[in-house]
Design a protein around this ligand. Sequence first.
Ligand code: PHE
Ligand code: FE
Length: 301
Amino acid sequence: MDTIATSATADTTVSNDDFLAAVAEKSNGAALRGNYEKADAQYVVEQDWDAYTEAEHELWRKLYQRQMELLPGRACDEFIEALHKMDASAGIPKFERTSEELFAATGWRIVAVPGLIPELTFFEHLANRRFPITVWLRTPEEFNYIVEPDVFHDYFGHVPMLFNPIFADYMQLYGKGGLKAMKLGGLDFLARLYWYTVEFGLINTDKGLRIYGAGILSSGGEVEYCLKPGTTSRHIHLDIERCLQTLYKIDSYQETYFFIDDFQQLFDGTAPDFTPYYERLKQLDALPANTLLPGEVELLP
Ligand code: PHE
Ligand code: FE
């Protein structure tokens, strides 16, 4: 779900080889998925759209259709409206076309990457309003679950929200905040914010709780699960420092979903300097993913 190799070193001068080694280690010695040979210094490649097979376009259509059956009444309006405008139901889209529409809307561009990229590079792309998208598509066997982000997760899950001006600004500031956190030893904390907002965030609208997180919106099962009453998962109002302190699950549905009331709140809440947060958090233990603190209220039963 994450686009960054979260185990990569916080060394801001991490080399290409170190990165590949870190990712190999993360996935228990398995080779890094994707072809990095033609990547430039920013890990950017050509999408090479003509190389996709008809079977891959067909798999994309199936993934797309499955999500479209799940999203009405669950995804936030901002996501659904942008997704319709993107018009990407017919097959793996050409990034270039969407990139032009996106640039016209919010000044963001899409860049193609081979797969996971180093944190430093990822943050630099975001800080410059470029969203990196993996070029390869999962296999049919991975229809329901995929460990690393593929083009369906990256494009379908993330790009629609970048059409929203406030969210688009939030993402850029997150990139700048990432570069800053690398210097302050705050990356583990900041990564949790990305996870619980950009990937697994919920928003409490007039019509009810809705999803804006890409990790949920591109997933088959979690779209329904995360809004269902009566599960063991918690739904708590987003408090930034509390979120920075909270561990997350990478191999199961989330045990906590943090919700916001609107995107301005997300933007304003993350505007302060995080330096004192990091200093405080370094003195504390992280909270388990299923924590409920005294005074916290769960939105769903
Ligand atoms: N304001 C944060 C800082 O000073 C940076 C940030 C902005 C982090 C937006 C996340 C989202 O470090
Ligand atoms: Fe993602």
